[in-house]
Write a protein that binds this ligand. Structure first.
Ligand SMILES: [Zn+2]
Length: 405
């Protein structure tokens, strides 16, 4: 067998162990304190022993302090295989979002169920599938005896912005000039998309203050709901037409989006005119636009509507992320991922940009080249989240080919 064929065969032979490992991981919740969990401590301990069981013994911790979390730490695990030259980092995250509405789950989100070639549970696809794939790919490369310098970064806090995850790791100077990054945390169903660019994202919070009154005497108050609704409809249409540029790198949505989403509850009864209103706009903006300029524009419109309606409409950036410079298609990492996908999968990948945000943006902002790639069914954050076991094993084969350079 060729080197590549041998690697693929050993990854295939791990399928059962990989399924068990993913299941075991799912049964240890890793939800951030801000979302009502205790953090990732227990899951990190489990993953450290899983790494060791698989022959990966060079393990370092880079835990971020967090008083709200178990042991006062948000664990980040860095495992090294191979040495010499620039490192290839694989960043996967161990934290998950909460289960969400339990009534929508057909099984217990924290008790893995294997059925029909899938494994069900919270965090199975996001990001457990790739995390487990990276560990077994490292084992295959180690066992083959030909291994490049690879670092697996298994990080915390991705779901809420990564301050105590990959951003913390980066701040401890763990990366060296010329290191390259694979972030297997987004992808298409066939594994044919390599993401090299992300949009800016802005979650704008819009608060409207009017004057509450009895619904039978609207003349004595200012209906915040009406003022807010007028603003909402206008600002959405305005943003879509004013910032309507297209960039076909971004798929499936090649333009910026501006969508009103969460609505805060207001009055409890039908016969009161609400004096306040609060909603959010989720904006995903092409990197060629300026996010601060768009925010200023939204605020300018809010002022106009405040004058027109007599209410006070204020807009804040509840959360924002500036898109870093995209990774080049010709970068070492882009070429490496594309070659491995071609060789192991026999498909021709294409380069894309996406509207979601991943850890890749954080390392790109520090001047590194990063590609986002995996094979997934888009189950992140959904009820009845699952991972297709074949995707996990197939992706491990592609990663092993990259590791065995
Ligand atoms: Zn994720």
């Amino acid at each position: 067998m060729s080197g590549g064929g041998k690697l693929k065969a050993s990854v295939e032979s791990y399928e059962k162990e990989m399924t068990v490992a993913l299941g075991d991981m799912i049964s240890i919740p890793a939800i951030s304190p801000e979302s009502g969990g205790e953090g990732e401590w227990d899951r990190a301990e489990f993953l450290e022993s899983l790494l060791k069981e698989n022959g990966i013994t060079s393990i370092e911790r880079c835990d971020a302090p967090d008083r709200a979390a178990k042991k006062g730490r948000r664990p980040n695990v860095i495992a090294t295989i191979g040495s010499g030259g620039k490192a290839l980092w694989v960043i996967s995250h161990m934290d998950t979002v909460p289960a969400g509405d339990r009534g929508l789950w057909k099984t217990d989100p924290f008790k893995p169920v294997v059925k029909g070639g899938k494994i069900y549970g919270r965090g199975s696809e996001d990001n457990g599938q790739s995390l487990i794939a990276s560990i077994f790919a490292a084992r295959a490369a180690l066992e083959s005896g030909e291994v490049a310098s690879v670092k697996l970064a298994i990080v915390a806090d991705e779901e809420l912005g990564s301050a105590k995850g990959i951003t913390y790791v980066a701040s401890r100077n763990k990366f060296s000039k010329g290191d390259e990054f694979l972030v297997p945390d987004a992808g298409s169903r066939t594994g044919d998309e390599i993401e090299i660019a992300e949009k800016h994202s802005l979650w704008a919070r819009v608060r409207t203050k009017g004057a509450q009154t009895h619904a039978s005497t609207p003349n004595t108050g200012i209906n915040a709901k009406v003022a807010s609704s007028r603003f909402l409809v206008f600002v959405r249409d305005y943003l879509y037409s004013r910032y309507g540029r297209r960039d076909d790198l971004f798929q499936p949505v090649p333009y910026s989006t501006f969508e009103p989403t969460k609505q805060q509850a207001n009055v409890d009864n039908v016969n009161t005119i609400p004096g306040t209103d609060e909603f959010y706009i989720d904006c995903r903006i092409l990197p060629s636009y300026s996010l601060p300029a768009i925010l200023a524009d939204i605020r300018g419109i809010a002022e106009v509507f405040s004058r027109q309606t007599g209410a006070t409409i204020t807009v804040e950036a509840f959360r924002k992320s500036i898109a870093a410079k995209p990774t080049s298609r010709d970068s070492v990492i882009s070429v490496k991922v594309a070659e491995a996908v071609r060789k192991v999968r026999g498909i021709e990948p294409r380069f894309v940009g996406i509207g979601g945000g991943t850890c890749a943006n954080i390392v790109r902002a520090r001047g590194f080249q990063a590609a986002v790639w995996s094979t997934e069914d888009g189950m992140a954050h959904q009820p009845n989240e699952y991972s297709i076991i074949r995707n996990m094993v197939g992706d491990a084969g592609v990663m092993a080919a990259m590791f065995a350079a």
